[in-house]
Design a protein around this ligand. Sequence first.
Ligand SMILES: [Zn+2]
Length: 159
Amino acid sequence: MKDLNIQTIIKVCQYDELSDQDKQLIDKAKEMTQHSYAPYSKFKVGAAALLANGAIVTGSNQENAAYPSGLCAERTTLFYANSQYPDQAVLTLAIAARTEQDFIDNPIPPCGACRQVILETETRYKHPVRILLYGKKEIYLIKGIRDLLPLSFDGSEME
Ligand SMILES: [Zn+2]
């Protein structure tokens, strides 16, 4: 028996340390929390995706009285990006969240279902999706979804 050691490296940054492009994506994700439809959780999430052609696609969480019928901001954004620009890889995805009071202190990570969809996006375009997770105290920069979804199932074993 042996241990399998899986390492994840996350860059912890402050807003000022980011490139102008990453700042813009964070700003858009924060702005998109205003378009969230979250009457049940009151937890407003926004996302912004930078595509290979330079387009920025945004989205927010959309809840439903029948809970599973709603959708997270990340998937709203990626499905829109992939349907509007089917030939453009997603380079970076920024995510921000707030309560009714304020943006949250610590970076908010995507849920398991969204991680799986980000993985599919990486696989589809054969390009990693950088992920920026916004928190008031700090921002996490992750170089690809495999750092958040180790031992992932990407369908390659089915071939
Ligand atoms: Zn999600």
